[in-house]
Design a protein around this ligand. Structure first.
Ligand code: CP
Ligand code: NVA
Length: 308
């Protein structure tokens, strides 16, 4: 097996398809055999810096490490000296002397990169404005569980082309999936990321598409995915986004052309009546709670690989 020990986990661009498969295999195995988690990370400590709110990421990392014998510390910039202006370089180097890994959620992806540059222990991206790689591994795990395969599946994403969509693009491209983003022009995915993803697709056989036509995206899709319209940091744009994104709502009418056994996924938190109707997210095609649970197993695999 490849060794992932000591690596950062900032985006899936840095991981080969085999390495991602290795993480998925490990997550599946931890999920099926929870007794094998015990003691794997005994005495390991993870610092978790949360500049933004979190339910799933915080609890799944903290509980996940506890189950493996380690300890996670919740660190708020409100309390850390970094919130009073202590330089990132000092914070990263000092925390590296105490901790085995550092997890960060912040709006700025550049900040996480800077942190990782100075830290001497693995740094894990727990969501930035650009990527949500931990979520993407849990998403792949959930799809794999229910579809037994990833390559060739059509995943259609609707709405805001930002962090979660970017990580799905990277993950899908690495795994040879057919990923279609249906977004309005003003909320398209970052075109630099799309260009990099298209290069990967050439090697893996993935298909990457962007469209303004939600019906075309939904057609024959195996996986339907959406995310909040106004992400953290964009709350002030709620009203204008409701207008520009309304057409991309995931609802029953849109899904009549999806595969009969399509799966609905959402990273959560969800807003019923906005990006998705209650009929869809609370319906029989929805696997959002399995998906949320899988954050735990996926992150246990990531932690075991990086610091085990
Ligand atoms: N999906 C996700 O990352 O949820 P939280 O914001 O609750 O961590
Ligand atoms: N796109 C959302 C994801 C939340 C998990 C946000 O950035 O707020």
């Amino acid at each position: 097996a490849h060794t992932l020990t000591g690596r950062d986990f900032l985006t899936l661009f840095d991981y080969t398809p085999d390495e991602i498969k290795q993480l998925l295999q490990s997550a599946k195995s931890f999920k099926e055999n929870p007794e094998t988690k015990k003691g794997v990370l005994a005495d390991k400590s993870l610092g978790m810096i949360f500049e933004n709110s979190s339910t799933r990421t915080r609890v799944s990392f903290e509980v996940g490490l506890t189950q493996m014998g380690g300890h996670a510390l919740f660190l708020s910039p409100r309390d850390l000296q970094i919130g009073r202006g202590e330089p990132v370089r000092d914070t990263a180097q000092v925390l590296s002397r105490y901790l085995d890994a550092i997890m960060i959620r912040t709006n700025s992806h550049e900040l996480v990169e800077e942190f990782a540059h100075y830290a001497t222990v693995p740094v894990i991206n727990a969501l930035t404005d650009a990527y949500h790689p931990c979520q993407a591994v849990a998403d792949l795990l959930t799809i794999l569980e229910h579809k037994q395969t990833l390559a060739g599946l059509k995943l259609a994403y609707f709405g805001d082309g930002n962090n979660v969509a970017h990580s799905l693009l990277v993950a899908g491209a690495k795994m040879g999936m057919h990923v279609v983003l249906a977004t309005p022009d003003e909320h398209k995915a970052d075109q630099e990321i799309v260009a990099r993803v298209r290069e990967i697709a050439k090697q893996t056989g993935a298909i990457i598409e962007e469209t303004n036509d939600p019906a075309a995206a939904a057609k024959e899709a195996d996986v339907i995915y959406t995310d909040v319209w106004a992400s953290m940091g964009f709350e002030a744009e709620q009203t204008t986004r409701e207008q520009s994104l309304a057409k991309y709502q995931v609802n029953e009418a849109l899904l009549t052309s999806a595969k009969e056994d399509y799966m609905f996924l959402h990273c959560l938190p969800a807003h019923r009546g906005e990006e998705v109707t209650s009929g869809v997210i609370d319906g029989k095609h929805s696997f959002v709670y399995d998906q949320a649970e899988n954050r735990l197993h996926a992150q246990q695999a990531i932690l075991a690989a990086l610091i085990g």
